[in-house]
Design a protein around this ligand. Structure first.
Ligand code: FAD
Length: 385
């Protein structure tokens, strides 16, 4: 017979893990049920860029709280955090205008950022092409993580040092509640009991409450990603975001010139067709994560996105990337497809089945940045405080 938990979380991705973290900080008995041995979902498929600078005003605050939380965990245990800052590199005068406007907004928000001349950027970022760079905006507080290990280390830290009960290879297939608590049934017939259950299922919608997700406006997003071989000697610190990200990320939508600049863009460009923007993140061993593209479908029609990697998209991303950096090697070590879910009309998908069962997903492309800070606040709603 399993113990009775205060909070049981289905799904050990970053959203589940950080709700567990905050509940454990409050001294609660917490369990996570994870269908895989270690999570393999969006939270390990990403760049590991923790970039509050790209978020809208609301999520920038969550992201800034996340920075504090990640740094405090890193002070206890190595979760692969590096504080090398993020930089946005402008490729033309329009993008430079947006950087200048965002710098002014940051000043008003008390979020440190520093405008860089083209020369500053070329000095700091080895291999950056002079014919691409017009200038940059640097965020010194921001961090990177190694996506393949960071979440797994956070879960190990929670288990070993904070008392989390982590149940791997445990697929939750049924949840019900009564006046005395919730019962969660796993596919191997184990039964778990808890006061509250939070389902952070990522992009898995078939198993629990499919009818509720069907009523929402959730979309599945497929992303293509590339890992370039280790650069023998070239080191490019932090998160590198480039012109197309300046034209895409939410934070820039608050800039006075944003609408007029967007209105001039070519609607038929390949970057628009595949929603490509070019981001670089060098891993601790010197390889470079390069991405990404975005293709969209209804969550119950994910199959229409198909499993294959489109060569044309990867070739386009490689071609654009070579216009930005001269790298020592462009050899590809791996390519992969990532997936996340997002809402068409809101920033996150949250539903209550009743006072004890809560659903949470659809955090989109901001989960590694926003989840730790968002769950700091949201855990009180889940616990009814
Ligand atoms: C390619 C890519 C690049 C990205 N880059 C960044 C980035 O650099 N910065 C950033 O901030 N964000 C980034 N994101 C977004 C971020 O990764 C996601 O927002 C975040 O990981 C979502 O976390 P999650 O916990 O909701 O989902 P997931 O990580 O998918 O976790 C859900 C978990 O629930 C488990 N599960 C589901 N159903 C059950 C069940 N019934 N029983 C048991 N377990 C179950 C799954 O196995 C999975 O482990 C990126 C995403 C992708 C795909």
């Amino acid at each position: 017979m399993q113990p009775h938990y205060d909070l049981l979380i289905v799904g050990g991705g970053v959203l589940g893990a950080f709700h567990a973290y905050h509940a454990l900080q409050k001294g609660l008995r917490v369990a996570i049920l994870e269908k895989d041995q270690l999570p393999q979902g969006s939270s390990v498929q990403n760049f590991g860029q923790i970039v509050p600078s790209g978020m809208d005003a609301k999520w920038q605050l969550y992201g800034r709280k996340s920075l504090e939380i990640y740094k405090s965990i890193q002070a206890n245990v190595d979760i692969s955090l590096r504080q090398n800052g993020s930089v946005y590199i402008a490729s033309d005068e329009e993008e430079m205008t947006l950087l200048e406007e965002l710098a002014t907004i940051n000043k008003a928000n008390d979020y440190p950022s520093q405008l860089l001349t083209a020369n500053d950027c070329l000095q700091r970022y080895e291999g950056l092409r002079a014919d691409y760079c017009r200038g940059g905006l640097f965020f010194p507080e921001e961090i990177t993580l190694e996506p393949r290990v960071a979440l797994h280390r956070i879960l190990a830290f929670l288990t070993e040092q904070k008392g989390l009960h982590y149940f791997p290879q445990t697929l939750a297939i049924g949840i019900d509640s009564s006046a005395t608590g919730c019962r969660v049934v796993a596919s191997d017939k184990r039964v778990f009991q808890a006061d509250q259950v939070l389902v952070c299922n990522g992009y898995e919608f078939q198993t629990l409450f499919p009818e509720i997700y069907r009523e929402g406006d959730l979309q599945a997003v497929k992303l293509q990603m590339i890992l370039l071989e280790q650069q023998p000697a070239q080191r490019i610190p932090g998160s590198i975001l480039t012109g197309l990200s300046i034209r895409r990320y939410e934070s820039f939508q608050e800039c006075p010139s944003y609408q007029s600049i967007k209105a001039k863009e070519d609607p038929d460009s390949l970057s628009k067709k595949w929603s490509v923007h070019i981001l670089f993140k060098q891993t601790a061993d010197g390889a470079i994560i390069l991405g990404d593209s975005h293709e969209y479908a209804d969550i119950f029609d994910k199959e229409s996105l198909r499993i294959e990697i489109k060569t044309a998209i990867n070739e386009y991303m490689m071609e654009e990337a070579t216009k930005i950096f001269n790298l020592q090697t462009w050899n590809i070590r791996e390519t992969w497809v990532g997936m996340y879910t997002q809402c068409k009309n809101s920033d996150v998908f949250q539903r209550k089945i009743d006072d004890r069962i809560h659903l949470l997903t659809g955090i989109g492309g901001k989960g590694m940045t926003g989840s730790a800070g968002f769950s700091y606040e949201n855990i009180n709603h889940i616990l009814g405080k």
